[in-house]
Design a protein. Structure first.
Length: 143
């Protein structure tokens, strides 16, 4: 049972972050605009973050898919997710009605910060499950 849950959570996270990385990388300018909507970073940093973040998500997603360096990948995604949850909380507190910028740039059906916050809480849970169940499976290679 533990191995099944481990693989399901690992592959679920891989799918989410590979998809998110590809979508964001396809339109970095729009993604930079979505980052700017949070009004947290200096304007010039929005493009830097938008240029790096999708590829970091993609790399971590691929590592999870391949079952390689699972714990480092989960740790990076966990930290990114916590930072993003703080940004979402900031947007909610300041009353911003913005698209979270998570998956679909410039969507006709934007995801509210509150909905994204709940989704990210679920992703954090999957990351924690993946981290701790990693020990139950004999690893392909050591983390």
């Amino acid at each position: 049972m533990g191995k099944t849950v481990y693989h399901a959570s690992r592959l679920g996270l891989a799918a989410v972050f590979i998809y998110a990385g590809v979508v964001k990388a396809n339109d970095i300018v729009v993604f930079a605009g979505q980052i700017a909507n949070y009004q947290i970073l200096p304007y010039s940093w929005n493009y830097l973050v938008a240029s790096i973040l999708p590829y970091l998500e993609l790399l971590c997603g691929i590592l999870l898919l391949l079952n390689m360096r699972v714990r480092p990948a989960v740790l990076v995604l966990f930290v990114l997710n916590i930072i993003f949850m703080f940004a979402l909380s900031s947007a909610i507190i300041r009353g911003f009605d913005i698209d979270c910028g998570c998956f679909k740039p410039d969507s006709a059906n934007p995801t509210s910060p509150l909905a994204a916050l709940w989704r990210d809480a679920g992703l954090l849970l999957l990351m924690i499950v993946t981290w701790f169940l990693r020990d139950l499976k004999h690893p392909v290679e050591a983390d």
